[in-house]
Write a protein that binds this ligand. Structure first.
Ligand SMILES: [Zn+2]
Ligand SMILES: [Zn+2]
Length: 373
């Protein structure tokens, strides 16, 4: 009697899953369709026998007690001709999968709709009316797909199983294969008089209007789930969920980082030097930004609570104003004179003159260095 455990290369305490995995692996290697080695066919037979015993809890127990369940003399009430479901081989080979008829009534698909919202809408929330293409339960048949007075009947070809099994003889004995029943397409039932309205699907296509509530604080990528607002399923099955994904339209003034907003405020050099109260349009209307005397370009002013609301908690972020100081250009004579006077009063050398002198010196040195080579 063979040691079925070592034939499959598993330990004697292997789980049914490990046994199945081991068998599947060996069967793939040794199957005569892929392996024409001299002893492959014999080994395939041995492996199949081992799996036959170890995959069956009762036969495995017998084997563990020192008996060979495949021996014709083992008795024990096992009908060795029919005892081994060949479907198990097929299962192990093809990864099993759902057995039995597939239901006529199924859940509808989820759907995703992308919706563009402005920063203002995202900040304060809004409602949107949208039209969606969807499927609703057929009025005529109320979802079961049959015409008035008719009903769903059992499939006679597969006896309600949804699949047809056929037995083929091969060198290892009989191999049973199953395929979808061609008469009922796997449902196990037939709809001999389908509803004319929906052709038996139990639902009809339609375009419907929906109001979407967009809560304050949403941002790009936020998904709003509308439970049961997608299409209904075949056979009047429950509706799937509709998801609204937010696409945030870029704002011309504000950049958003979570609940924080950023904006750039350009101010004249004189305002930066002397200080000023500047007006800035925010999401909440016009605000005043206090520019302190001596403000540098690149400095920031924080306006507390003028950022974005938080989606799942109270409060709002801040608005950070980035100050950009604009150097005056196109000076007329009087203005130029004033600035020169200012430069003199502050003992600041004329920058242009200094810059040129510096550069000419540098250029001269480079030229000398080049000529001396
Ligand atoms: Zn119908
Ligand atoms: Zn059928």
């Amino acid at each position: 009697m063979a040691d079925y455990y070592s034939v499959l290369g598993v330990k004697s305490d292997a789980t049914p899953e490990e046994i199945k995995r081991a068998y599947r692996k060996l069967a793939r290697e040794l199957h005569p369709d892929v392996n024409d080695g001299a002893d492959a066919a014999d080994r395939f037979k041995d492996v199949t026998s081992a799996y036959e015993v170890l995959s069956d809890p009762q036969k495995r127990e017998m084997f563990d007690l020192g008996m060979d369940p495949l021996s014709p003399n083992s008795g024990g009430g096992f009908n060795s001709a029919a005892g081994f479901g060949f479907g198990d081989i097929v299962d192990a080979f093809f990864g099993g999968g759902q057995r039995g008829p597939r239901p006529r009534r199924r859940r509808g698909q989820d759907a995703l709709i992308r919706l563009q919202v402005s920063l203002e809408e995202a900040a304060f929330g809004t409602t949107r009316d949208i039209a969606v293409d969807t499927a609703i339960v057929c009025d005529s048949c109320e979802g079961d797909g049959t015409s008035q007075g008719a009903s769903i009947v059992n499939c006679t070809m597969c006896n309600g199983r949804g699949e047809i099994q056929s037995v083929q003889k091969s060198f290892i004995g009989q191999v049973m294969t199953s395929r979808q029943c061609p008469q009922c397409q796997g449902f196990g039932t037939l709809n001999p008089h389908p509803c004319a309205e929906c052709a038996g699907d139990g639902r009809v296509r339609t375009r419907t209007d929906l109001t979407v509530n967009i809560p304050a604080g949403v941002e790009g990528g936020t998904r709003i789930q509308m439970t049961g607002r997608s299409e209904v399923g075949p056979g009047g099955g429950p509706a799937g969920d509709l998801y609204i994904e937010i696409i945030e339209i870029q704002h011309p003034i504000f950049q958003r980082r979570g609940d924080q907003l950023h904006a750039t405020l350009t101010i004249p050099m004189t305002a930066a030097a002397l200080g000023a109260a500047m007006e800035l349009e925010t999401l909440d209307g016009t605000s005043t930004v206090n520019i302190k005397p001596g403000t540098q370009s690149g400095s920031t002013v924080t306006l507390k609570g003028l950022g974005m609301p938080r989606l799942r908690s109270a409060g709002r972020g801040d608005l950070t104003v980035h100050v950009e100081v604009v150097t005056p250009t196109g000076l007329d004579d009087a203005q130029e004179k004033l600035i020169r006077e200012l430069a003199m009063l502050r003992d600041e050398q004329e920058p242009a003159a200094e810059f040129n002198a510096h550069n000419q010196g540098l250029f001269g040195k480079l030229k000398d260095a080049f000529n001396s080579r």
